[in-house]
Design a protein around this ligand. Sequence first.
Ligand code: AMP
Ligand code: ZN
Length: 114
Amino acid sequence: MNDDCIFCKISRREIPAKEVYRDEEVLAVEDVNPQAPVHLLVMPSQHHPNIAALSDRDDGSLVAKLLGVASRLGREGDGKGFRLVINTGPNGGQTVDHLHVHVLAGRPMTWPPG
Ligand code: AMP
Ligand code: ZN
């Protein structure tokens, strides 16, 4: 755990969040600044800075778990599809250094991303 990390604080229930899913390894919350009608963040309960750091350590099971939960949550929407995004590092647009998968749904997405 990282004492200064906002998502670790959410994981420890030290700051409030709208939780939509939680198990022993991962949790999902609503994004405070939603970019789509559905905008969720799926994250590991333990602190991992980003997907690259986790992939170096994990045997793949936690990565698979995160994507599995994200996909199930994305599918719960209007049935018209969804987008999963994992911003990584400064050029990837990551602003919170605790790995999270964005689940975006409820409107058509454009490509390429900005
Ligand atoms: P990223 O830029 O990929 O690191 O995404 C970080 C996301 O976390 C942004 O979409 C923020 O709106 C969101 N966010 C920041 N603080 C909170 C919070 N306390 N609860 C929920 N979402 C948050
Ligand atoms: Zn953290």
